[in-house]
Design a protein around this ligand. Structure first.
Ligand SMILES: [Fe+2]
Ligand SMILES: [Fe+2]
Length: 424
């Protein structure tokens, strides 16, 4: 349509010029002017003017279009340049050989374009990416579909970089499959953070395992130390008792009676257990008493009795230097197990609750067991005599509250006695 109009315009201009020339020739040759001729001449002049203005307009519009085209071309070139600089882009043919790479691809991989063009695309494949990991990629793109996924690549210098890749099949104008486009987003920083996080997580797990192992080791060691301590304390107590020809079961029974009294008195389980472990040491001081006195059959004279009574202080002196809770308790028990509630005991004639509860408890437990057992200087008492003695000694030798507990739980005491009978 535009071409047709242009043709008509051109024809009109030439017609006008032709008529004008013919008219001028007639004027020149015949000097002939009539009105009709004058009007025609004027009309033709205006047609000519009109067509000339249209041509001018058309030329101006053409110039504007050319300018706009130039601007758009520049913009497109900027866009292509920016794409080339910032988009990690490549093209490969059907054999997997690189046919085009963007500048951004070169920048991230460290290769020059000429080092990549014509090379198989696996030139940038990282060894961490196994062939199996590309299986899904190939299966997808062979079907003519677009594949998305994270791919670890290798730079020219051996370092790695990660890309979130989009791989698209490329077709020519005849719709023939001729290769692939690949566009990648550089996600190296994100993957490095992920890798660091995983590394940190694994380190934490490892550290936690090590700490747990050490904790178990410390717990076992602690248990071992405690067990050894208990065994040593018990053995020391047994040594003291053996020197005075008493049986090992005496200290076992005293330990159990002491714990029973402590729990019923209101001490907590831990304190009752400590008392049970420490009470076998009550007579450890006897290791310092001469055999002639310690094993004398019969009654001691005053001098012998005085020496014998030193065993409580001797025991205290042996144990008092330790900072271990168990040995500190054992020292107190050794010191105070012969004190009496009414203040007539030894070595310090302590009275009432001035005597440590461990001392008061062990005193009752020790006497109960001693009266019921054969000793070198006496025969075992019958249970009725023992009970009568305890009733009499309530608030004299023994703490009245402990005597009451003893009678309230007599069956438990007798059960302990029967479980640890002396085999003489
Ligand atoms: Fe004693
Ligand atoms: Fe004893």
């Amino acid at each position: 349509m535009k071409n047709k109009l242009s043709f008509l315009n051109t024809t009109a201009i030439f017609t006008a010029i032709y008529v004008l020339l013919v008219s001028l020739i007639q004027i020149y040759e015949y000097h002939y002017f009539n009105d009709f001729f004058k009007v025609s001449l004027l009309l033709l002049f205006f047609i000519l003017l009109y067509q000339l203005s249209k041509i001018k307009k058309s030329l101006s519009a053409k110039s504007e279009i050319q300018e706009e085209l130039l601007v758009k071309t520049n913009e497109l070139e900027d866009l292509i340049s920016s794409f080339d600089k910032h988009v990690i882009f490549s093209k490969t043919d059907l054999n997997g050989e690189i046919t085009h790479v963007s500048q951004a691809f070169c920048d991230v991989s460290g290769y020059e374009a000429h080092e990549l063009i014509g090379k198989p695309h696996n030139i940038v494949r990282h060894p961490d990416m196994t062939k199996e990991s590309f299986q899904d990629l190939w299966e997808t793109i062979k079907l003519g579909l677009t594949w998305y996924g994270e791919v670890k690549n290798r730079k020219k210098n051996g370092d790695s970089y990660w890309g979130f890749s989009k791989i698209i099949p490329e077709y020519n104008s005849e719709n023939e499959h001729i290769g692939y486009y690949a566009i990648r987003q550089n996600i190296t920083a994100q993957k490095e953070v992920e890798e660091l996080k995983n590394e940190l997580k694994n380190m934490n797990i490892h550290l936690e395992e090590q700490v747990n192992e050490k904790i178990i080791e410390v717990i076992n060691l602690n248990k071992e130390i405690k067990d050894t301590q208990k065994e040593v304390v018990f053995t020391m107590g047994a040594i003291g008792e053996r020197r005075s020809k008493e049986t090992g079961n005496h200290v076992k029974r005293v330990a159990e009676y002491s714990k029973l009294l402590a729990l019923n008195y209101g001490l907590n389980k831990d304190d009752a257990e400590l008392l049970k472990q420490a009470s076998p040491m009550h007579d450890i001081g006897k290791v310092g008493i001469p055999d002639a006195i310690l094993n004398k059959p019969g009654i001691f004279d005053d001098a012998e009795k005085e020496i014998m009574n030193t065993h409580s202080r001797l025991g205290y002196d042996m144990l008092k230097h330790s900072d271990r809770p168990l040995l500190k308790i054992a020292a107190t028990i050794a010191h105070e197990h012969h004190e009496k509630w009414d203040g007539t005991g030894y070595p310090n004639q302590l009275k009432g609750e001035d005597i440590h509860i461990y001392g008061r408890i062990t005193a009752l437990a020790d006497v109960f067991d001693a009266l019921g057992s054969d000793r070198i200087y006496k025969k075992a008492w019958e249970i009725d005599s023992i009970l009568t003695f305890f009733k009499e000694q309530r608030s004299k030798h023994f703490d009245p509250k402990l005597v009451d507990i003893f009678f309230e739980n007599l069956s438990d005491f007798l059960e302990i006695r029967d479980q640890h009978v002396d085999n003489l």
